[in-house]
Design a protein. Structure first.
Length: 103
């Protein structure tokens, strides 16, 4: 019955009760980059912003997925990765990473 008396900590980011500062930072960065890439991907003249933020979001999300430890981290990373990838692909379709600067 000792476990019934233990205080349960409720956390939105860590379900195992341990802090994961690096994983949480990568998760938040991926979600923010994905949101920016997704929103700016719908505007033709913002293709540089959407493609670069999408690419960085994909890379941070992939590394975060590699080192993630909880299901909640993985869930948010997949949402951020999807938004980053969609924004990246829309940015590439509207003009690409360099927008005609590289020839």
């Amino acid at each position: 019955m000792a476990q019934a008396m233990q205080r349960q900590s409720i956390s939105l980011l860590a379900t195992d009760g341990k802090p994961h500062p690096l994983q949480d930072t990568l998760m938040v960065a991926t979600v923010v980059l994905g949101a920016v890439a997704f929103v700016t991907g719908f505007f033709d003249n913002l293709h540089l912003l959407s493609s670069w933020t999408g690419l960085v979001g994909i890379l941070t999300g992939a590394y975060g997925q590699f080192i993630s430890e909880t299901t909640r981290e993985r869930f948010a990373l997949i949402i951020g990765l999807g938004a980053s990838a969609l924004g990246f692909y829309l940015g590439m379709a509207h003009g690409g990473l360099f927008g005609g600067w590289a020839g």
